[in-house]
Design a binder for this molecule. Structure first.
Ligand SMILES: Cc1cc2nc3c(=O)[nH]c(=O)nc-3n(C[C@H](O)[C@H](O)[C@H](O)COP(=O)(O)O)c2cc1C
Length: 189
């Protein structure tokens, strides 16, 4: 039987790096991204995500926190810091759900980006302490990721390394390696 296609929004999403630095994201679109994030599911509806939106003076400060390999992100007009504190989420028999809540909310945000013609690229490669200081995030909170957001732009702004990553084919582990049926390690029929 032929495989059914996945939803076009999911198929179109990718962590692109070439942004248009001259095109800001409209306020209404930013609100819609945050609204999409807000309507994510979360354990016991704890909504343990917190977002710090940076498009003004804080943007420059955040740009200074990027790891060298993420330099491409300096061209994005919007960066959103994704923050949590582990006890904001549920803890169920030792399982801590704040990070999972965060991930679900982030993916809502990212798919809303795609729906609005935007790139939404999550990154973990940044100096967290520096970013926390720049944004005044309390010491007991963690910045798990930065969402790099903007309209697609020219690849000419990318350095060699970023360009190579941009052009590299997207890959995934074979499904058999990550999905089991009817029990651990059992391949599908
Ligand atoms: C938690 C997290 C951290 C990531 N950190 C970085 C990063 O620091 N730099 C980067 O270029 N991409 C980063 N990415 C993007 C991944 O590299 C990307 O999602 C993966 O290669 C799959 O490619 P795709 O998103 O285009 O499908 C991160 C993604 C996630 C979910």
């Amino acid at each position: 039987m032929p495989e059914m296609p996945i939803h076009p929004l999911i198929a179109a999403r990718r962590s692109a790096r070439a942004f248009d630095p001259g095109r800001p994201v409209e306020a209404a679109k930013i609100t819609a991204l945050l609204e999409a994030a807000r309507w994510a599911p979360s354990c016991a509806n704890r909504q343990s995500w917190r977002y710090v939106v940076c498009r003004g003076p804080s943007l420059d400060a955040l740009r200074g926190c990027l790891n060298a390999g993420n330099n491409w992100a300096v061209h994005a007009p919007l960066i959103v810091a994704v923050v949590t504190r582990s006890d904001l989420g549920c803890r169920i028999t030792g399982r801590d759900y704040a990070g999972l809540d965060l991930g679900l909310s982030m993916e809502n945000f990212i798919l809303q980006c795609v729906a609005q013609g935007l790139i939404g690229h999550p990154i973990a490669g940044f100096d967290e302490e520096q970013a926390k200081t720049a944004l005044g995030v309390p010491p007991d909170h963690r910045i798990f990721a930065l969402l790099i957001v903007g309209y697609p732009g020219s690849e000419e702004l990318l350095d060699e390394t970023a360009l190579a990553k941009e052009k590299a084919p997207r890959t995934r582990l074979p499904r058999e390696e990550t999905v089991f049926w009817e029990g651990w390690g059992k391949p599908g029929a």
